[in-house]
Design a binder for this molecule. Structure first.
Ligand code: DAK
Length: 260
């Protein structure tokens, strides 16, 4: 089935997903959430892609948040149901078996900053702007947004971002540890492609298990996270890719990882 709010470009090992509603600065309506879930489910079954690159259509925005025109019509029950639905999308991104790289090409506000935070690596154009402006609308980042930002960058900065609602620069986002790299806007595509290439060269099996361990470290308590880490590590150890990686090192050649 075709996508209306997303543009997908599949060039294995890379799948590029562009959230493409530039006239609304790529705001997240119900259809975007549904289509993102569908694209992730389809990609999870695709053995040829190894990395997913996420970006925003047009020149101005990555994603300017949830669609306020749509949100304005919601009842409390609908808003709560949509919060859970939104969280399913962010969970599906974090739990996707392949790494997600966000190329943040402009505004990453509210739900848009959350979409970026649900990716594994974030690269921002120097002109990008971040923030949780929800408080100005009489709401707050209620789709797991307060939880995730606390865990990613720590409570002091998270509190100020949520309560003040101010926009901040890509440079500031890097200082906070919210983005991994800031590049001139003209170099964003190239920088993101380089990171995707690197990720695509590693064992997809190891990357999948590592993401499980990293998610557990973020989401579970100390002992549970360590138990999941050991189990994920064991699965890597059992793989042909692990044998190949170590053999290649000893034979002084680059490894060829097949995801087995
Ligand atoms: N929703 C809908 N339309 C938006 C939008 C948004 N978030 N942001 C921009 N647009 C639309 C504008 O209405 C305008 O459309 P037209 O008037 O031309 O039809 C067009 O995009 C261009 O925007 P502006 O004319 O405003 O452009 P400016 O350069 O003047 O300003 C701006 C750019 C990004 C500073 C401004 O547009 C802005 O402040 N936008 C709103 C940003 C915002 O407050 N974002 C947080 C939204 S609340 C949930 C899931 C997630 C969330 C909540 C619930 N569920 C699943 C339940 C998260 C909440 C949020 O993200």
């Amino acid at each position: 089935m075709a996508y209306e709010t997303l543009r997908l470009q599949r060039r294995p090992p890379l799948l590029t997903v562009t959230i493409d509603r530039p006239r609304a600065l790529n705001a997240l309506n119900r259809q975007v959430f549904d289509e993102l879930l569908r694209a992730l489910a389809a990609d999870a079954k695709d053995a040829e892609t190894r990395v997913l690159l996420l970006t925003g259509g047009g020149e101005r925005a990555f994603v300017a948040g949830a669609d306020i025109k749509e949100m304005a019509q919601l009842t409390r029950a609908e808003a709560e149901a949509r919060s859970w639905r939104g969280m399913h999308v962010y969970d599906a991104m974090r739990q996707h078996p392949k790494p997600l790289v966000a190329a943040i090409n402009g505004y990453a506000l509210g739900g848009g900053m959350l979409i970026a935070m649900a990716c594994d690596i974030r690269i921002a154009a120097d002109s990008a702007e971040f923030g949780y402006p929800e408080i100005k609308l009489g709401i707050f980042p209620g789709t797991g947004g307060t939880v995730l930002i606390n865990r990613l960058i720590g409570p002091a900065a998270a509190r100020a971002i949520c309560l003040l609602g101010e926009r901040f620069s890509a440079q500031r986002a890097a200082e906070l540890g919210l983005v991994n790299q800031v590049v001139p806007k003209a170099e964003l595509g190239q920088a993101a492609a380089a990171v995707c290439d690197r990720l695509a060269g590693y064992s997809p099996l190891t990357v999948r298990e590592l993401k499980r361990a990293l998610n557990a470290a973020l989401e579970q308590d100390f002992d549970a996270a360590r138990a999941i880490e050991v189990e994920a590590y064991g699965r890597c150890f059992d793989s042909e890719d692990r044998a190949e990686g170590m053999r290649a090192f000893l034979e002084k050649r680059p490894p060829v990882f097949r995801g087995r």
